[in-house]
Write a protein that binds this ligand. Structure first.
Ligand SMILES: [Zn+2]
Length: 246
């Protein structure tokens, strides 16, 4: 086998590795009781390549199959957005505006938003962590109140509101009524965030994506969120690069 066609190494001596398109990445093999067939996934947050297998599938044929998916893996890796670390001088989208991170060592360590500027002090190496914690706190604060306001207006009961960093979904709603969002919603324009909030609250009435469900979304949002869906298709992936250093 020529050296450059060697995508997946055997796991006999080491963990499997994907290398192609100038990149080398660990290939994480996971087994899932729910998986009906093997599939590949690329994490949009960090470009990790995952091979998901049904619980009892044999590994060697799965690796051989993954090897044949080189074109797909390379295309998926090419679509992973470039990392944008949250350091001094960086500009980041926030609630429909563009913020500039202004760092001065002797400024207050408490992150402070003033107009289009985000002021932060203290050691430079701590800036990315501070800004990220501030963004997550803002996401939690705003999404909690926005979700409760929409639900209350419509007379819909909801449980807890949580913030996380899921790989593929911007929001989710459990059958118990708890709603979880990606913190990255705070990077979106307010209308797009509101459309996602309406979507998750509407799941309290319909746990599916039926026409009845979409009618509830339009009622909660005030109209069909067509422009917001288009915005997400065009810009959503890019948001997964924000805050990543590599
Ligand atoms: Zn949904």
């Amino acid at each position: 086998m020529p050296a450059n066609s060697n995508i997946i190494l055997s796991i006999a001596n080491s963990d499997p590795v994907f290398s192609g398109g100038g990149l080398t990445r660990a290939l994480t093999v996971t087994r899932s009781a729910r998986a009906r067939r093997m599939r590949l996934a690329v994490d949009p947050r960090d470009g990790a390549v995952k091979l998901i297998l049904p619980r009892r599938a044999a590994l060697a044929p799965a690796l051989a199959w993954a090897e044949q998916q080189r074109t797909w893996i390379e295309a998926a890796l090419a679509a992973v957005p470039a990392g944008q670390p949250l350091g001094p001088g960086m500009r980041l989208p926030f609630d429909g505006a563009m913020l500039a991170i202004e760092w001065r060592r002797d400024a207050s360590r408490t992150v402070r938003l003033e107009g289009d500027h985000l002021f932060v002090g203290g050691p430079e190496e701590l800036v990315p962590g501070r800004v990220l914690r501030w963004l997550k706190a803002e996401a939690r604060r705003r999404l909690e109140s926005e979700t409760r306001a929409v639900a209350m207006r419509a007379g819909i009961a909801i449980g807890r509101v949580r913030i996380g960093d899921p790989r593929t979904r911007w929001g989710s709603c459990s059958s118990a009524g708890d709603i979880a969002y990606s913190w990255r919603l705070i990077l979106m324009p307010p209308d797009v965030r509101a459309a996602i909030v309406a979507h998750e609250v509407a799941h309290r009435l319909h746990m599916n994506h039926s026409p009845d469900f979409h009618a509830v979304v339009a009622r909660l949002f005030g109209r069909e969120p067509k422009a917001e869906r288009a915005w997400l298709r065009a810009n959503g992936t890019r948001l997964h690069g924000i805050g990543r250093t590599g």
